[in-house]
Ligand binder design. Structure first.
Ligand SMILES: [Mg+2]
Length: 397
């Protein structure tokens, strides 16, 4: 079998309605922060594979088109060989990063899809078989109302993101959902969140028995991460911004985190996800792949990996998402009792709807919102904000 073409499908994906400031202040389709880039690898035997790339999809589309030129004519079954070939091809551009990682991810994912289809077996079977038939998911909620709605739907774990009064928000959520659901916080590690801030915040959140605190500081600050880990009695999670085994290695090897969160769309594909999971397993670290900006093909890939590795904790899922998510693929996964079923069809078990994707042309790939900054303040977008401005983050009810 030979690769004959690699095609890209870029689209604008709307924001979830439960995404806080973005949804409150901006049209969900025009917020701009989410693009989905799908890849289709075609072969001379008529078998095609699909994949997905994140990491800055509008830029990655060009990278995929470049890499396609060195892959056409190759045997798609030699996945590790082609992965190494792509790695060497990107060396001249510097560190692989998430753009190179994203491009390699989408292609790698499609190669696994082709191999599964060619052998008439699901991808998880190629990874050593499955340990479980369903994968637990966690959803996003910022208000008790949304959390209770999700709980009524069977969701068993909730994550709250953002830095607008996290202590108050998490206390309200815990009080609403009770002690029989897992609760997590994502501080998103902005560059201006200091180590001392993260420690104070973490200690304030300790009574809430969180399953993990995510990106408490920028994850590249390894020494500071060690300080947070030693000072706060909450498991730490990070890893969504890194790509490949070398990007995740410092956090895992130094045991700075308890939960590693590679992004299935940019961590280097199924080839790298399996290796990252194994590295984490050797350090007693659990795997909870990042979603957030991701689309539905990468979600399928995560299900296959999580079915096949022992240390899979939970899959992030924006359960109340932009409705277009269900238009662009088939079949559409449905959460039941807080879990997604592990796919059983050959390959990844998913296909993209090219007509639906074409109905949502990409416009831009950066959000135009103010994020977590207080609008109109003199310190807006300043690297180090005043303590007074930050005081609200620590305030209780
Ligand atoms: Mg996150």
């Amino acid at each position: 079998m030979k690769i004959t073409a690699i095609k890209t499908f870029l689209m604008q994906a709307g924001s979830p309605p439960n995404s806080g400031a973005w949804a409150a202040n901006y049209d969900t389709i025009n917020s701009g922060w989410r693009n989905w880039l799908f890849v289709k690898v075609e072969t001379d035997e008529g078998i095609t594979g699909v994949g997905e790339c994140s990491g800055w999809p509008r830029v990655i589309e060009t990278a995929v088109q470049d890499l396609a030129q060195i892959l056409v004519g190759e045997d798609p079954g030699n996945i590790e060989r082609l992965w190494q070939k792509m790695l060497v091809a990107t060396m001249g551009h510097g560190m692989t990063g998430v753009v190179g990682g994203g491009a390699m991810t989408g292609i790698d994912m499609a190669l696994w899809d082709i191999k599964g289809k060619a052998l008439n077996t699901p991808v998880w079977n190629l990874l050593g078989g499955k340990l479980r038939d369903r994968i637990r998911v966690y959803a996003h909620a910022k208000t008790p109302e949304v959390a209770l709605q999700l709980k009524a739907q069977g969701i068993t774990a909730i994550k709250a993101g953002g830095l607008s009064n996290p202590v108050r928000m998490l206390e309200a959520l815990r009080s609403a959902i009770g002690d029989d659901m897992d609760l997590m916080v994502d501080l998103h590690g902005p560059p201006w969140l200091t180590t001392a801030d993260a420690i104070v915040l973490g200690r304030s959140l300790e009574p809430l028995k969180l399953l993990f605190m995510e990106d408490a500081i920028p994850p590249e600050h390894l020494e500071q991460y060690a300080r947070v880990r030693d000072a706060v009695a909450i498991p730490l999670a990070a890893g969504e911004r890194a790509a490949n085994i070398w990007g995740l290695r410092p956090l895992i090897e130094r045991e700075l985190i308890d939960v590693v969160q590679p992004d299935t769309g940019r961590a280097g594909g199924i080839t790298q996800m399996k290796k990252i999971a194994a590295m984490a397993e050797s350090h007693g670290i659990m795997l909870a792949p990042h979603s957030g900006s991701l689309g539905p093909v990468a979600e399928y890939a995560a299900l296959h990996v999580m079915a096949a590795v022992p240390n899979a904790l939970m899959l992030e899922r924006i359960e109340i998402d932009w409705p277009g998510r269900s238009e662009v693929i088939s079949p559409v996964p449905v959460t039941q009792d807080g879990h997604l079923a592990v796919p059983t069809a050959p390959g990844l078990g998913v296909d993209i709807n090219e007509e639906a994707i074409a109905r949502h042309p990409s416009q831009r790939n950066v959000g135009l919102g103010g994020g977590d900054y207080a609008k109109g303040t003199a310190d807006e977008f300043v690297y180090v904000q005043t303590r007074l401005h930050r005081a609200g983050y620590f305030r209780k009810s």
